[in-house]
Design a binder for this molecule. Sequence first.
Ligand code: NAG
Ligand code: NAG
Ligand code: NAG
Ligand code: NAG
Ligand code: NAG
Length: 620
Amino acid sequence: MELWQTISVLFIIFTRGVLNQGIADNRCYLENGASSESFFVSEDLPIGAPIGQIRVHGNPRPGGTIALYLRETDSPIAITSGTKNLTLRRRLDKEGIDGPSSVLINLICERLHTLDPVFVIPINIRVSDANDNAPVFVNAPYELNISEVTVVGTRVLQGVHAVDADQQGPFSSIRYTILPGRHSDYFEFENELEGTLVLKKPLDYETLKHFDVKIRAQDHGEPPKSTDTTLTVHVVDADDQNPKFLDDRYMAVVSDSALRDEALNIKPRELKAVDQDLGINAVVFYTFNGLGGDYSLFKINRENAKVFLRRHLIDTDLLHPATLVIRATQQDNPDRYALVTLTVSRMVTKGLRFLKRMFYINVAENQPVGTTVATFSNNRPGQALRYFVSEEGLLKVFAINPRGELSLKKHLDYEEKSEYYFKIFATDGITNDSAVVNVTVQDVNEWDPRFRHTHYEFFISDDSKQDIGQVEAADGDKNDILTFTLVGMNSSMFSIKPNGEIILNEVGNYYGIASFTILATDNGNPPRTASVPVTVHFPPMPDANGIAKEKTSGAYLILAGLGGILLVLAFVVVLLTAYICRTEEIQLGNNYQLFHQKNHQLHPVLRRETKLATLCLLIE
Ligand SMILES: *[C@@H]1O[C@H](CO)[C@@H](O)[C@H](O)[C@H]1NC(C)=O
Ligand SMILES: *[C@@H]1O[C@H](CO)[C@@H](O)[C@H](O)[C@H]1NC(C)=O
Ligand SMILES: *[C@@H]1O[C@H](CO)[C@@H](O)[C@H](O)[C@H]1NC(C)=O
Ligand SMILES: *[C@@H]1O[C@H](CO)[C@@H](O)[C@H](O)[C@H]1NC(C)=O
Ligand SMILES: *[C@@H]1O[C@H](CO)[C@@H](O)[C@H](O)[C@H]1NC(C)=O
């Protein structure tokens, strides 16, 4: 019985122990029967904030059944003593930068009033993403060098870029904007999701050289996070401007005593042009924008724009102010230049002055009386002055009116007086001046050439002679030189020397008559010409003349005379010849008379006549 009692007590104790143990065990068990706890904690959870409660059966409150504490002493998570509440002690960070991105801790659950070993409950804390990161610009702040001639719409900067450390999604997707500001209207983002800047408004280096634009990168969190940075813009000058002279116009006055190579004193200040592209400030060089005329009196230094006189001023220089256009050209770009005028005037001289020391006047001798042949220009144009000439006698030939006009009072004649050389005075009553006048009378071709005779005839008997004879001609104009030319039917047979001698070109047997015309031309302007007909008489054709026949048949008759029978016949012939000679002599005598009256050129005729007479005498 005692054994049974003992056994039964032991059983009861055992069973109770087992039962007790079964009941006490559940204190450190999790309510859902799991063996570990998991919590999601947003990374932006503030420190000290509750994370959650451990769902254990036991009661950790003072006087409770369990004690809860963490095995890790420096964990970012803490358990509030006497509670099941977990709180955040240090920052958690999904991105793992500012704190751990996950935490594994071991919660120890001790059952009070037992010797049972402690329970270890693993707790897994997972960090969930929050928009805790603002975007961050890469390589900021930005700097941009942009040419002022960049066309609106050009992508000027592609490098704007920001990153957001938050997890992919709205918290890390960035939109870019330009913050309102003084110069914010120059650029815009092509697309707000991309950092490409586009020029929106033309730039001008000359008005705005540098400026800043604020750029914002903002994520899509709720509320969003954003970062701002600066874009510093340097506008680069482009060669879009011409140079410019510092003044609108320049003036200079030269005195009569100004020296050659003396720089003009230019007002309001020395010529200077500068490039309006200040950032480029190209070097300019200076030239005259014209040639000849007034420009020929001056030269300009290419570098410093100083203007010099090329020579001393003479009376006729700068009667009216000279307007010089000066050009400043960019050395690096000849298409960029500026023009300005420089007016150079001469210091006014007080006295009356002729514009020339010497007046050369040419007058044709045929100018009608009253013609104005010259004007004595002076520095008082339009003012009536009194004029005097050095010789009284000149006033019979010329007249001068108060306007200084010289006119003819009588006809000039080159042949009589070809030059008038005198001095002229002018006075305005206070001052006076003089000048020298040289009037050259120009010859006019007033006269035709004239031949001494109206017709020339020459008689040729000697075939071997080339000179035919000479013609004479003269011209009424004093200095005219005559030139002869031959024209007409037989003119090619002859030529003529400048002194009028006519030459037969080729010696030969010519018969009959040759006729041509001689022209005499003078060297006046326009030339005048006279002509004269010429006839040259060669011996007549042999058949037509008895003398010629007799000459040849004479020998034949002598041969025939060998025959005695023919002697009588020969005598008759001699008688006949003698008869012919007589008649011919009479005719020649008449001709001689005729030509003697008409013409002096009788030598050939005389020669021929002498020959015939000799022959006739022989025969007789
Ligand atoms: C523990 O957390 C619960 C619920 O979150 C709360 O009601 C209680 O007041 C907390 N206890 C302490 C001591 O903070
Ligand atoms: C802009 O130009 C300046 C001067 O020429 C130079 O020093 C600077 O590096 C340039 N900046 C950029 C972003 O090109
Ligand atoms: C011209 O002027 C000078 C003084 O300038 C004077 O001596 C001279 O007599 C004047 N001559 C005439 C012709 O008026
Ligand atoms: C006048 O002018 C003519 C033509 O220019 C020149 O031949 C002549 O020598 C001049 N007379 C004098 C006296 O200078
Ligand atoms: C002159 O020319 C005419 C015509 O050509 C010619 O008949 C005649 O023979 C010429 N006279 C002489 C002498 O040659």
